[in-house]
Ligand binder design. Structure first.
Ligand code: NAD
Length: 501
């Protein structure tokens, strides 16, 4: 397997953006880091440095939180009508849509993902989600409550609740869907009237800076959207420990999510965590086997396996195991790898040299543990952070490769005898983010759904997301939900009002 040697042309607009002297947005000021530190950004398809961005520290986060606090407490934004919040969010979505080709190109160069996918999946979903959230700006409601206050038999009361914006939101996101994950935080925050300090991942800071520019262009007042680039243990840690942040929302690894959860509890900061996964793909004996094999391949190889809900554990009824594994291995072996800018490439590089090493280390561990490799099996020599799409069989349920999140294009496949066993092994994980069931037996599927401990269950599809459906994890895959109407609760507080009348 080799990497396509493509001549990819970067558009002038993308080049101009990538090569500019980047600054981050605090209030309405574009700033360098207070201590002058910068962070290098690399193109994963050739390993070359493409940009540097400011590397924010505590001093920068302090400034950004102060700007967000000021905007939340005392600015036009704090007095804005819901209908105007709706309009602004719609403007913001329109601008992202108008800039989709440019954003997709920047995302592809920064992250390594396919530009086509970035435009038609990541950015499409982000725009649809922001518009869906815009509708909620005018639908944030409390309740009237008929109360019976004890010990005051002659008094009468009017009781009601209000749902109010939680305040300053600290948002920290991962690198696998940089723009989309940022919009998952910005959408509900801006719909409900919060203000935001966003810290993108150090590997992929570029589209967040472009988003900041578009937020100002959309008309958001100074301080409503702030973006501080920087590394996790500095800028991220400063944001997650900041006493003036009212809510933290995090997307990333379970390990870092736990640190953020603990930091949040110190000041009782509201917190939602979207964390890792090791999601099962379950193929039942009555499934359409060719569809299921292609679906299972997409479930693990989409976005090069760097998907929190990637179908990284494949369980197939023993009757079809060999055929399904042969089909997926053939799909994997025939995949064309290349730059995300090349429309002929079916899979791009991983995001960084570190991620490439990490994934290859897991493949090695699998082999040392006795796994048989039926496709792929390691990195591709040469520039760029490519890893061959890999399929492993003869793997134990307790093997590291079965239990830990690899976050790359690596599938472990195992047979099962019956439904009870399939459910038991699917649930035998610390994670519970997504699961897919491939079957044509509707009753069987409906009986299985309640038994699988997972935030999302897909039937005859995998990683299919919609703004109206909540997304999030059971168990160590997280706390709270993104998207759907459910997300509004996480960005608002309930206030009870009781009036003696
Ligand atoms: P990561 O946890 O290393 O980093 C995520 C973010 O946290 C980055 O912005 C990073 O700078 C920051 N960070 C790192 N250390 C920090 C610290 N000590 N304090 C504060 N912030 C810190 O994760 P990653 O490698 O960027 O992303 C991959 C992980 O993200 C995978 O586990 C994946 O499953 C998960 N993820 C989950 C979802 C979901 O919706 N559940 C979506 C995408 C990715």
């Amino acid at each position: 397997m080799s990497v396509l040697e493509s001549q990819v042309n970067i558009s002038e607009a993308a080049l101009a953006f990538i090569q500019r002297q980047h600054k981050f947005l605090v209030g309405d000021q574009w700033l360098a880091a207070a201590d002058g530190q910068t962070l290098d950004v690399y193109n994963p398809s050739n390993g070359e440095k493409i940009a540097s961005v400011p590397s924010g520290s505590k001093a920068d986060i302090d400034k950004a939180v102060a700007a967000a606090r000021q905007a939340f407490d005392d600015s036009d934004w704090s007095r804005i009508k819901p209908v105007d919040r709706q309009k602004l969010l719609w403007n913001f979505a329109d601008l992202i849509e108008q800039n989709a080709p440019l954003l997709a190109e920047i995302e592809s160069i920064d992250n390594g993902k396919s530009m086509v996918i970035a435009e038609h999946v990541d950015i499409r979903l982000a725009v649809d989600f922001l518009r869906y959230m815009a509708g909620f700006a005018t639908k944030i409601e409390g309740r009237t409550v008929d109360v019976s206050v004890p010990f005051m038999p002659d008094a009468q009361f009017h009781g009601y609740t209000r749902r109010e914006a939680v305040g300053v939101v600290g948002a920290i996101v991962a690198w696998n869907f940089p723009l989309l994950l940022a919009c998952w935080k910005l959408g509900p925050a801006l719909a409900t009237g919060c203000t935001v300090v966003l810290k993108p991942a150090e590997e992929t800071p570029l589209t967040a800076l472009k988003l900041a520019e578009l937020a100002l262009e959309a008309g958001y007042p100074a301080g409503v959207v702030n973006v501080v680039t920087g590394v996790g243990h500095e800028a991220g840690a400063a944001l997650s420990h900041h006493p003036d942040v009212d809510k933290l929302t995090f997307t990333g690894s379970t390990e870092v999510g736990k640190l953020i959860g603990k930091a949040a509890m110190d000041s009782m900061t509201r917190v939602t965590l979207e964390l890792g996964g090791k999601s099962p793909t379950i193929v039942l004996d009555d499934a359409d086997i060719q569809t299921a094999a292609q679906g299972a391949a997409n479930a693990i190889f989409f976005n090069h396996g760097q998907v929190c809900c990637a179908g990284s554990r494949l369980y197939v009824h023993k009757k079809h195991f060999d055929n399904v594994v042969a089909d997926i291995s053939s799909i994997a072996s025939n995949m064309t790898l290349g730059s995300g800018l090349d429309p002929n490439a079916q899979m791009g590089p991983l995001v960084s040299a570190r991620q490439q090493e990490r994934v290859c280390h897991y493949i090695e561990q699998g082999i040392q543990g006795g796994a048989t490799i039926t496709a792929g099996g390691g990195a591709i020599e040469g520039p760029g952070f490519y890893v061959k799409p890999t399929v492993m069989v003869d793997v134990d349920h307790n093997a590291i490769v079965t239990r830990e999140e690899i976050f790359g294009p690596v599938l472990v496949a195992m047979p099962f005898d019956d439904i009870d066993e399939a459910i038991r092994i699917a649930n035998d994980s610390q994670y519970g983010l997504g699961a897919s069931i491939w079957s044509n037996n509707l009753s069987q599927v409906h009986r299985m759904v309640p038994r699988i401990k997972s935030g999302s269950i897909w039937v005859n599809c995998h990683t299919a997301l919609d703004p109206a459906l909540p997304f999030g994890g059971f168990k160590q895959s997280g706390l709270g939900r993104e998207m759907g109407s459910d997300v509004i609760e996480h960005y608002t507080e309930v206030k009870s009002v009781l009036m003696s009348i």
